[in-house]
Ligand binder design. Structure first.
Ligand code: TXA
Ligand code: MG
Length: 337
């Protein structure tokens, strides 16, 4: 391992883990520094799986041009292979080599990249993206993340990195390296630890294949996206008829059962609050939706770790980031197999 000069992301990284450790001979936990990034790139080039931080949630990355590496993502997550993956890129320039951008797509990319926006666009032919990434579709989901460590990794790797959220399929997305360790620690080769994710919810997904359409509410409010477009944003609000393949009703599930829009916890319930309520954990006592989004998945993980069997959740206003928070809570509360 070599040590180069310190680039900006060193000072920008939210948190530095204290050690570089090898766990059970296979997983390298890497610092969010130049040496850690270099080691992560080596693993990716060798077709290995590396979990890394983004501003939304931790992603489980692999070389998007390597079929075997991408198959390894599905294997680690236990994900149905018909569910396509988001490809992460260092910049719009590389994105334009992979996908066709219409005016709306260019407008959105210019306004929100780097950031928590994924665009689904027509995939150009013969650009080397593994068919396993798109699950055979002729469209590709792409985004440029707004996180110094993700940006450093993507720039150093110099190519597209396919990355779903770094959790076992159907479980709550990880917003810390500890969440990744708990869910996938024995199934991946690398993990870059840069502390908690700032946004805490997955990216907003917009299809610009035809008229712009919201496929998944997320870290950028739909209102902000609609305001940027030249035509109305079509919204698929019904979780029973998902338009993003794999947006199954029961998803993001903790082990506990969840009751939504609760004013007060029943005796056998643990309260997950929002606003001025009495609660074991409170997403935001002051009623701030951005703070609530950043805490949501961590608190669901914490309630799981406490062994809570039943969780009651305060009502969350349905505007701005509240729409994405409610989407995730409804999926967490949905009946499952
Ligand atoms: O914030 C995020 O988006 C995180 C971080 C790691 O970037 N990633 C993430 O990926 O949430 P994942 O795999 O958990 O969710 C990807 C979603 C799925 O619902 C999938 O169906 C949809 O994107 N998707 C991917 N490709 C698509 C396509 N070509 N058309 C429609 N939906 C697509
Ligand atoms: Mg996910």
């Amino acid at each position: 391992m070599h040590h180069g000069t310190c680039p900006n992301y060193l000072t920008l990284a939210l948190h530095q883990p204290k050690r570089h450790v090898m766990t059970n001979g296979t997983l390298s936990i890497l610092h969010a520094d130049a040496a850690g990034i270099a080691a992560a790139v080596d693993l990716l080039r060798a077709g290995k799986r590396v979990a890394f931080p983004t501003e939304t949630v931790y992603g489980l990355g692999a070389d998007a041009s390597n079929d075997t590496a991408v198959a390894g993502i599905y294997a680690a997550k236990g994900r149905p292979s018909f569910n396509p993956l988001i490809v992460h890129l260092p910049d719009l320039e590389m994105a334009r080599t992979l996908c066709d951008f219409n005016d709306d797509a260019l407008r959105l990319a210019s306004a929100f990249w780097p950031g928590a926006l994924t665009l689904v666009l027509p995939l150009k032919p013969r650009v080397g993206i593994s068919k396993l990434v798109t699950a055979g579709l002729d469209t590709l989901a792409i985004r440029v993340p707004d996180h110094p460590v993700a940006e450093a990794l993507l720039t150093a790797f110099g190519g597209p990195i396919a990355a779903p959220s770094a959790n076992p399929s159907g479980r709550v997305s990880p917003t810390t390296a500890a969440h990744v360790m708990a869910g996938l620690g024995d199934r991946i080769e690398g993990l870059v630890d840069a502390g908690p994710c700032g946004v805490g919810l997955e990216s907003t997904i917009i299809s610009c294949v035809d008229a712009p359409a919201l496929l998944r509410a997320g870290g950028i409010p739909a209102e902000a996206i609609a305001a940027c477009l030249s035509q109305p944003l079509a919204i698929s609000a019904d979780p029973a008829t998902p338009v993003a393949p794999g947006q199954l009703a029961s998803h993001y599930a903790p082990s506990a059962t969840i009751r939504l829009n609760a004013q007060i916890a029943e005796p056998d319930e643990v309260m997950l609050g929002f606003g001025a309520v009495d609660a074991r954990l409170n997403l935001s006592p002051s009623g701030d939706l951005t703070e609530a989004a950043a805490r949501l998945f961590d608190y669901l993980h914490q309630l799981d770790a406490m062994g809570a069997a039943r969780i009651a959740v305060s009502p969350i206003p349905n505007h701005g980031l509240g729409a994405a928070i409610n989407d995730r809570l409804q999926r967490a509360a949905a009946p499952r197999d």
